[in-house]
Design a protein around this ligand. Structure first.
Ligand code: HEC
Ligand code: HEC
Length: 429
């Protein structure tokens, strides 16, 4: 297949992986904490990339923490707006709750902060999330500053974000270091890609993928799947969770993780979507905008036959390298209203090895990433049995043991989930 090669493409190989690992590790890695307290802080949805997770932040952990915050938030009914659900919203008003929580995740990631760095006592029972701390006040000022920079200088485009300056530190660097000048520059593609010179048309890459999974005909014969397996939170000594996934080619998908703190559910019913999580400010959170569109894409990608129809504006960027293998980079969406989705196909095997999707937030796009592996045949169609799911507040490693094709699934599986029952796990003595 043709390759659109960026002149210095080798130098940039894997930078995205490295930086994502960097964030996840920096947020979750170095602190020492007991396994159970680490677990308590990984309040991830585990499936959608919504940064509602509380980053793993050491001994502040205590189950029941975030549950206190915004206890007024009930199950989703219509759009849940931040200022209606929370008590003290002065700046991030007029945005849905899922986008608000994504913004909190991006704040934490941009500064390598825990939630508790700004929200004093976060992680303990009776956390007062609405209370102001000096850092929280500073963050509000920064949000206003960012809004002003973008509106006054960039026509309102969100080109400057917290990450632009902070890059993981609380005090952005002011002076260039010699080491920065004399090491190879880290080049990163813009979020939104155009069709690159010499790259093949998107149809060609997507057709090759369909061929690689077993051919369009077999792919089209797959109407539903039920997968069972496990997930483990990365670098957290977390417990192994039993995972069940239900999906239909007509567009529905539910991912259910059974954890010792309660069930995590992400459901997309073909047009609406929700997450239900234990110990969270919003027990059942409605998905909106980019997250909802992302759920649609997750559901669609479960069935290779549906891939082409997921976007109408596919384009192929420059080829890239993942783990020393050349990949074709295919993108759909714009990330301004819905999701921006980038797919990486192994140039040799044609299989999908990575998906990155980004949804809009108050401070730029909120990324999450799937790295797929262990492709095996299910009813003649190659499917990944393992994947690593990374988002701004953590990573989960999924391993499926069985994927059953074409089974009848109870329609209730795709209904709005009920709030999860929080299970309190006693702290170790
Ligand atoms: C850099 C500081 C900062 C970090 C880190 C941070 N927040 Fe916030 N948080 C804020 C600010 C500022 C507000 C108020 C926004 C406003 O006034 O519009 C807020 C508000 C909230 C609220 C609404 C409280 C209420 O009832 O008014 C919740 C809930 C919340 N944050 C949760 C979190 C979670 C969970 C995390 C970790 C993933 C987190 N925050 C990380 C700064 C931060
Ligand atoms: C244009 C660059 C720039 C952007 C964009 C920016 N910041 Fe800052 N921020 C700074 C600088 C510089 C400082 C340190 C100022 C100082 O040393 O007094 C700072 C300090 C802070 C602090 C205080 C840290 C501490 O020491 O406790 C917080 C909190 C913060 N920023 C949050 C944010 C958030 C949240 C965003 C995005 C909404 C953001 N910043 C965007 C430049 C920026």
């Amino acid at each position: 297949m043709k390759l659109g090669l960026r002149p210095i493409f080798l130098a940039t190989a894997g930078t995205m992986v490295a930086s994502l690992i960097g964030i996840a590790w920096a947020v979750g890695g170095p602190q020492s904490a007991s396994p159970s307290s680490l677990d308590a802080l990984t309040r991830s949805t585990g499936q959608t990339g919504l940064a509602v997770a509380v980053p793993l932040c050491g001994a502040e952990a205590y189950p029941g923490a975030a549950a206190q915050a915004g206890g007024q938030a009930g199950p989703a009914q219509g759009s849940q707006m931040s200022e209606d659900v929370f008590e003290n919203i002065q700046v991030l008003r007029g945005i849905p709750v899922d986008e608000f929580m994504g913004t909190m995740g991006l704040y934490s990631a941009a500064l390598t902060f825990c939630c508790s760095t700004c929200h004093i006592g976060a992680g303990f029972v009776n956390t007062d999330w609405a209370a102001d701390s000096p850092r929280k006040q500073r963050a509000r000022q920064m949000q206003l500053m960012v809004n002003t920079i973008n509106s006054q200088n960039f026509g309102g485009r969100q080109v400057v974000t917290c990450w632009t300056c902070h890059r993981g530190g609380e005090s952005p660097a002011t002076t260039v270091a010699m080491a920065d000048i004399y090491t190879e520059p880290v080049l990163k593609d813009p979020d939104v890609l155009g069709q690159a010179d010499f790259s093949p048309p998107a149809d060609e890459v997507l057709d090759k993928y369909l061929e690689a999974v077993g051919g369009a005909e077999r792919a089209a014969a797959l109407t539903s799947i039920v997968a069972t397996g496990t997930s483990v939170a990365f670098a957290s000594h977390d417990e192994t969770r039993q995972v069940e996934i239900f999906a239909q080619a007509s567009g529905e998908r539910t991912v259910l993780s059974h954890t010792i703190r309660g069930d995590f559910t992400t459901t997309y019913d073909g047009s609406a979507g929700w997450t239900a999580t234990p110990f969270t400010p919003v027990p059942v959170m409605e998905l909106t905008g980019g997250e909802l569109d992302g759920a649609r894409v997750d559901a669609g990608l479960a069935f290779p036959a549906r891939i082409k129809g997921l976007f109408s504006d596919w384009r192929v960027g420059y080829a890239d390298v993942i783990d020393d293998r050349l990949v074709q980079v295919v993108q759909g969406g714009s990330g301004t209203e819905g999701a921006l989705v980038t797919l990486y196909f192994d140039d040799e095997t044609g299989l999908l090895t990575r998906m990155v999707r980004q949804s809009p937030s108050a401070v730029g796009r909120n990324p999450s990433q799937y790295d797929y592996s262990d492709y095996r045949e299910v009813a003649g169609v190659m499917m990944p049995f393992d994947w690593v799911f990374s988002w701004v507040s953590g990573r989960d490693v999924f391993e499926m043991s069985e994927i059953q094709p074409n089974v009848q699934i109870d329609p209730d599986r795709f209904a709005m989930p009920a709030p999860t029952t929080d299970s309190l796990i006693p702290e170790p003595q």
